[in-house]
Design a protein around this ligand. Sequence first.
Ligand code: COA
Length: 147
Amino acid sequence: MSGTVPVRLREFTLDDYDAVYALWQNAGAGIGIGRSDTREEIAKKLRRDPDLFLVATDGGKIVGTVIGGYDGRRGLVYHLAVEHAYRGRGFGKLLMREIERRLRAKGCLKCYLLVAEGGKAVIEFYRQIGWEVMPVTLMGKTLEGAS
Ligand SMILES: CC(C)(COP(=O)(O)OP(=O)(O)OC[C@H]1O[C@@H](n2cnc3c(N)ncnc32)[C@H](O)[C@@H]1OP(=O)(O)O)[C@@H](O)C(=O)NCCC(=O)NCCS
């Protein structure tokens, strides 16, 4: 880690795609990479709300990510990840604080995120920054034929 350049946050651009994808691949079981993570799907996401995909950088190197979404009613947070060597230094918290601030600025009253089964340590992290486990069952459906 650079001793002189402070880690800072900025918005993701498609030029960051390969570095970000590699970071997600190395992040561990907490980050599930799926068909929404192809370059084409990420480009689609960026057309909708480019200000809700943030990266943390140390000099030119990407060391953290978070993606937010807002549908006019609820917010969603995806792919919070910090590179191993940078964990435990407050960057996860920083990324979350900024994505929450941006969601709130859009009028979002409440947001959700998904933690993979067995992610006890991650739940502890989120509790420490004010999130709570909700008594709901998550259901999902894959929509075929979407473009
Ligand atoms: C979850 C993750 C993003 C946290 O990032 P991080 O930069 O290490 O977290 P921070 O340093 O900002 O930690 C913030 C606080 O949570 C605590 N914390 C962090 N990880 C923790 C853990 N595994 N268990 C308990 N507490 C934890 C820290 O002690 C810190 O508390 P403090 O401010 O009182 O010191 C990182 O561990 C990660 O990338 N994990 C793999 C990907 C993943 O599972 N993402 C979640 C997807 S839902």
